[in-house]
Design a protein around this ligand. Structure first.
Ligand SMILES: CC(=O)N[C@H]1[C@@H](OP(=O)(O)OP(=O)(O)OC[C@H]2O[C@@H](n3ccc(=O)[nH]c3=O)[C@H](O)[C@@H]2O)O[C@H](CO)[C@@H](O)[C@@H]1O
Ligand SMILES: C=C(OP(=O)(O)O)C(=O)O
Length: 422
């Protein structure tokens, strides 16, 4: 298994291009199953998750072709000949469970393994299933698989989610676009990923009102057609690289970054004393000479502070002035980076869903282990300003969500290299 070696190397300076959003792209790829016409995606991130989901779609009979060096993808679901999404692929990423909505919507039948993804909590799928049942699907759980049938097709209805779920919103939306009649989805996710999915579906002929608000009204149509859709910038990659100069010092421009994607993070970073400015080509982030102040953060659905940036924020707070309280409200087991940061000299107390981080002057490099995707990158961030060498092992987690991570960090002056396992 490869590792990444980071050596604290002082202030950063330069530009980092932000890739297309993983969590948007994966859901758009699933939506290709809704039509026999080709869906073309551009600004596709070159990530192992994209490759894994391509393999899953291919196993169903979908044709997937990458062009432009992997940055554009053509998907054709004209000849779907298998309606079972197998455990050996679905277990690798959570987003693969989102083939269920499109398959039941278009074919009235689907067998999908219960999902995997980062081990950050129980991550139930009850909301996905109850939404599909409300639309008329019969659901049975057998040997780790969801068996869904809608022999007479799905019928529009009103569904109110008890709390916000991005994945369940997206699965229900994809199932409803081809259902008979009108579906009203209440308390839906407003994450840019879910909004982008709705916009792509609308470009494919779906009739959807209210994307980006807490309620969506979907009037079912008979069929969808193909389109070309550009994947929006990855707000989590953007937020991660925004935090880099806040930890290491210096000034970095994030090309393609837009403030609305990371407003909750940008507000907190400004409160901590970091300067953020919108430029003609993206967002620039500068750490001046003053200290970084501790700021409290509570994760919440969009437009709240994203759970996917909590680990990176914790890395930033490790050397801030004062004590920061970080509260994780989305996933019950998402502080696995804390013990690793403590190995680097951080002062962190975790009790349930709350971590108290008291800033120290400097972290010290250490061998650390990546436990999940965002935890991995938080250790790299911490290593940027640590004294000596930080060796982050198990970087396969990182490859799921960060393309060309070594090139992007070293492009702004970080001392970082990938050590390939012999
Ligand atoms: C609201 C939120 O921040 N969602 C994040 C979540 O999306 P993802 O779609 O993976 O998760 P959900 O938004 O569905 O989950 C939100 C919460 O609801 C729970 N839940 C979800 C579905 C369900 O059927 N039953 C249930 O109990 C989950 O365990 C979690 O506690 O992880 C992604 C990857 O880290 C992030 O990009 C998303 O921003
Ligand atoms: C946890 C993530 O991915 P997944 O939902 O696939 O585990 C993530 O994108 O941060």
């Amino acid at each position: 298994m490869d590792s990444i070696l980071v050596t604290g190397n002082g202030a950063l300076s330069g530009q980092i291009p932000i890739a297309g959003a993983k969590n948007t792209c994966l859901k758009l790829m699933c939506a290709a199953l809704l039509t026999e016409e080709p869906l073309t995606l551009t600004n596709v991130p070159r990530l192992s998750d994209v490759k894994t989901l391509s393999e899953l779609l291919e196993s169903l009979g979908c044709e997937v072709a990458l062009v432009q060096g992997g940055q554009a993808m053509m998907l054709s679901a004209a000849k779907i000949d298998n309606l079972t999404a197998h455990y050996d692929i679905v277990r690798k990423l959570r987003a693969s469970f989102n083939v269920l909505g499109p398959m039941i919507g278009r074919f009235g039948e689907a067998v999908v393994s219960l999902p995997g993804g980062c081990a950050i909590g129980a991550r139930k799928v009850d909301l996905h299933l109850s939404a599909l049942e409300a639309l008329g699907a019969e659901i049975e759980l057998k040997e780790g698989y969801v068996h869904a049938h809608a022999r007479n097709g799905l019928k529009g209805t009103e569904i109110e989610f008890p709390f916000v779920s991005v994945g369940a919103t997206e699965n229900a939306l994809c199932a409803a676009v081809l259902a008979k009649g009108t579906t009203v989805l209440k308390n839906v996710a407003q994450e840019p990923d879910a909004v982008a999915l709705a916009h792509c579906l609308m470009a494919m002929g779906a009739d959807i009102e209210g994307a980006g608000t807490s309620q969506m009204v979907i009037r079912g149509v008979d069929r969808l057609h193909g389109t070309t859709h550009r994947v929006i910038a990855d707000r989590i990659e953007l937020g991660t690289y925004m935090i880099a100069p806040a930890i290491a010092g210096g000034s970095v421009e994030l090309l393609g970054g837009e403030r609305y994607l990371v407003a909750a993070l940008a507000d907190k970073m400004e409160e901590a004393g970091i300067e953020i400015a919108e430029t003609a080509t993206g967002l620039s982030v500068t750490r001046g000479n003053g200290p970084v102040r501790a700021v409290d953060v509570t994760t919440a659905p969009f437009p709240g502070f994203p759970t996917d940036l909590q680990a990176q924020m914790m890395a930033m707070m490790c050397t801030a002035e004062g004590t920061a309280v970080l509260e994780e409200t989305i996933f019950e087991n998402r502080f696995m980076h804390a013990p690793e940061l403590i190995r680097m000299g951080a002062k962190i107390d975790v009790h349930g869903g709350v971590a108290k981080v008291t800033g120290v002057d400097r972290l010290k490099g250490a061998p650390v282990m990546a436990t999940d995707l965002r935890a991995s990158v938080s250790l790299i961030l911490a290593g940027l300003a640590a004294e000596g060498e930080t060796l982050v092992s198990r970087v396969y987690h990182l490859d799921r969500g960060y393309e060309q991570v070594v090139r992007k960090f070293s492009g702004v002056g970080a001392k970082i290299e990938r050590i390939h396992d012999a």
